[in-house]
Design a binder for this molecule. Structure first.
Ligand SMILES: *[C@@H]1O[C@H](CO)[C@@H](O)[C@H](O)[C@H]1NC(C)=O
Ligand SMILES: *[C@@H]1O[C@H](CO)[C@@H](O)[C@H](O)[C@H]1NC(C)=O
Length: 444
């Protein structure tokens, strides 16, 4: 037993030897290829042997930064493209854009780096990088390098250049896109999630983009069903693999590397993602519904508002809180089939706080992406044209959550049954999706 074991081991070593020699040879040769900068001859530069990242967060070689996405943006003169990134503020250096033009590599062009102003004290901030495309280059991929031409690192990672003009543009195919930033933790509010998505659908929303770091298994099933239909577009957002994301909005209070799981980056990313394909974009949270009160769809609302404000691309919608601790007394929408579904039933909450207009009161935004360069959560950082505060009797946000003004008594709240106007279609639609996701027992 023991001796045959030994012969086996010897045979194995003999077999292994050439492999070991080969590995030693490679690892001795490797440093000169992989590390440092190699001056590439003009001939080598001509071909584009790119590693293309399919990730939504790509570490940028030789820097402490991350690339998120790149978009053609020729609305202003002086630049052709905009790269959205997450940059470390204390390590920002001069950068150059490098393109793949089909199969050949471009010369580098100067990059303008623009940190967003709202960093809230965090080390990392959403950053735009703007560049021109060299003439004669039909650019398909782009990356940033720290050295100009002649000093290119051999193994660069490129990201796709999106919103390229294809010649067959027929204008936006969506009327409304909702951008939901950042699902994270074990988010499990399944019923409110399904009700809200179905409410969007009834209001005429065509696409909901959701940036997902993590969520509960039940919610994940529901998301899969919605994304099969193409109504929801899930963008993986593994920010926690790269950084220590903050659960709060301010570094001094909450710590971490970046504001609120990178929410500001995802909102900006979503605006550019929607730029060519959606007339309007709504930036609201998943527990918020931008609800017209005098129209039955968002399109009829905008057909009313837009002609009155033809140059306006930014419509501010007031947030109204419906505390989830107060229930509508008849219980008519306390439906048995939803008993086992986790989460809030928004139809049961009809009492609305009057916003205190003496203190800062947040709005959410309904935008025309064409007008927008940079956004924050409740306001824009850079945009064209005026903004318009939509009167709450025309449109407001229904936001079912914990009370904001918790001391208000029931008599001090307004009864608001606007959601009930949609119940006839809303309830069966919610049931159908919950059933498809396996979250509703089929006999109900
Ligand atoms: C180039 O980079 C990619 C991705 O980082 C890696 O998988 C690959 O092994 C690298 N190739 C070389 C020759 O270094
Ligand atoms: C956009 O709105 C118009 C006008 O209401 C409607 O005719 C069209 O079907 C809508 N498009 C989509 C994709 O929903």
């Amino acid at each position: 037993m023991e001796s045959s074991d030994k012969t086996l081991r010897v045979k194995f070593l003999i077999l292994l030897l050439p492999v070991l020699i080969f590995i030693t040879f490679i690892s001795m040769k490797a440093p000169s290829v992989i590390n440092g900068f190699t001056t590439i001859s003009h001939k080598a530069v001509a071909t584009c042997q790119a590693t293309v990242s399919e990730e939504s967060i790509t570490p940028l070689k030789n820097t402490k930064h991350f690339l998120v996405s790149a978009y053609v943006d020729q609305r202003k003169t002086g630049h052709d493209i905009r790269i959205i990134g997450i940059f470390r503020r204390d390590s920002i250096q001069a950068l150059h854009c490098l393109f793949c033009c089909g199969s050949h590599l471009s010369t580098t062009t100067a990059a303008t780096t623009l940190q967003h102003s709202d960093n809230f004290g965090f080390a990392f901030v959403t950053t735009d990088v703007k560049c021109q495309i060299p003439s004669g280059c039909s650019a398909t991929l782009v990356t940033l390098v720290t050295q100009p031409d002649g000093h290119l690192s051999p193994n660069l990672t490129f990201i796709p250049l999106k919103n390229r003009k294809t010649g067959e543009d027929r204008g936006p195919k969506f009327n409304f896109t909702v951008c939901i930033s950042n699902l994270f933790g074990d988010y499990n509010n399944v019923l409110q999630f399904a009700q809200t998505l179905e409410m969007y659908r009834l209001l005429g929303v065509n696409r909901v983009v959701i940036y997902k770091t993590s969520c509960s298994p039940d919610l994940d099933h529901l998301l899969q069903v919605y994304s099969q239909d193409g109504f929801v577009e899930i963008v993986p957002w593994p920010i926690d693999k790269h950084l220590n994301p903050s659960r709060g909005w301010q570094f001094s209070q909450h710590g971490g590397d970046i504001h609120y799981f990178g929410q500001l980056t995802t909102l900006n990313e979503c605006i550019y993602r929607s730029m060519e394909r959606s007339h309007y974009v709504l930036l609201n949270d998943i527990d918020e519904i931008i609800m017209p009160y005098q129209h039955n769809t968002l399109m009829s609302l905008m057909s009313f508002l837009q002609p009155q404000h033809p140059d306006t691309g930014v419509f501010l919608i007031e947030n109204h809180i419906f505390p989830k601790k107060h229930f509508e007394p008849s219980g008519r929408f306390h439906l048995p089939q939803w008993n086992e579904v986790p989460g809030v039933n928004i139809l049961e909450h009809i009492y609305r706080e009057e916003p205190s207009r003496k203190i800062y009161h947040p709005y959410k935004m309904l935008l025309q992406p064409k007008f927008i360069e940079q956004t924050s959560v409740h306001e824009l950082l850079i945009n064209d044209g005026p903004r318009y505060k939509v009167p709450p009797e025309v449109c407001r946000i229904i936001h079912v959550r914990v009370a904001l003004q918790g001391s208000l008594k029931l008599e001090e709240l307004h009864v608001d049954k606007r959601l009930w106007d949609f119940q006839e279609k809303l309830i069966p639609n919610v049931d159908r999706m919950l059933r498809r996701a396996g979250l509703l027992s089929s006999e109900t």
